[in-house]
Design a protein. Sequence first.
Length: 341
Amino acid sequence: MIKINFMNYIMGIETSCDETSVSIINSEGKVLSNSTFSQISIHKEYGGVVPEIASKNHLKKIIPVIDSSLKEAKKSIEDMSYLCVTNGPGLINCLMIGVATTKSIGLLKDINVLPINHLEGHVASCFIENDINFPSICLVASGGHTNLYLLEDEKEFHLISSTRDDAAGEAFDKGAKILGLDYPGGVEIDRLSKGGNKKFHSFPIANLDASFDFSFSGLKTSLKYFIEKNNDWKSNIEDIACCYQEAIVESLLIKTKKAAIKFNSKNILFAGGVACNSRLREAAEDLFGSRALFPSNQYCTDNGAMIAMRGLQKIKLEDIKADSKFPVFSSSKVVASLNLD
């Protein structure tokens, strides 16, 4: 098992989708740098991430981003004791760029290389700026995932629910496309919603009975039918965007509140790109008060700091081995589910 010394430095490398991000933290969890190259402007014309284009840009940018992060932290690669890299879930060809680069550096510089689960990284992002009390519930909502986790401590992140179809971020993007808005859709809908009336129309929220699971495909279809039936919808686009956003936020909070009550949660955590949404933040704080905790926006979207932080947690808990033979994977099933029966 790996032992951590007081003055170790940890590099986190994230390339699971369309952000190339590298961060350096110290053994106390202080973020010394967090450099990110975002491909949003590149993929905007396609209305979503094109994996082949994303991987090519990771390949082009990963070394410059590593150099930028080291420069910002005023450290050299030789100062690093651990290199933590996302190995899944994500886009396989994007993950391979980060993992291959990290393994190569680790081999050349004789530095421990640790694989980190991307979703565990998002949960860990909540620990960067906050003191967490246990047990806690964490909602991870992004373009690819909408999951609820029960946190018993810094080691055990139990998956208790997920989405049965679209993720929340996917619902934002697809809704924005129906409304003729730019990519990424969540940002555009959030912006438009600020001038809208949330009582203009009531979009449906999936009723999944006793389950903690989420569903957003029906909401997207409802928006499509509403637009088709109302020829003058563009004159009310702010109201429509506001009501559509309200349905997504309400759906997320209904299930999160239900889980928080069942598990007597001391804190309710929100992570992932959707946690940047201003309405979600406002509504969560109204519902949970000071128990609701969010990372800063820079740590909600994919970033190297969350990967480094999860690595630090595992190192401190002696819950990980340095092994250069780990694979990459696209499925999120690696994070164990909790049996609620």
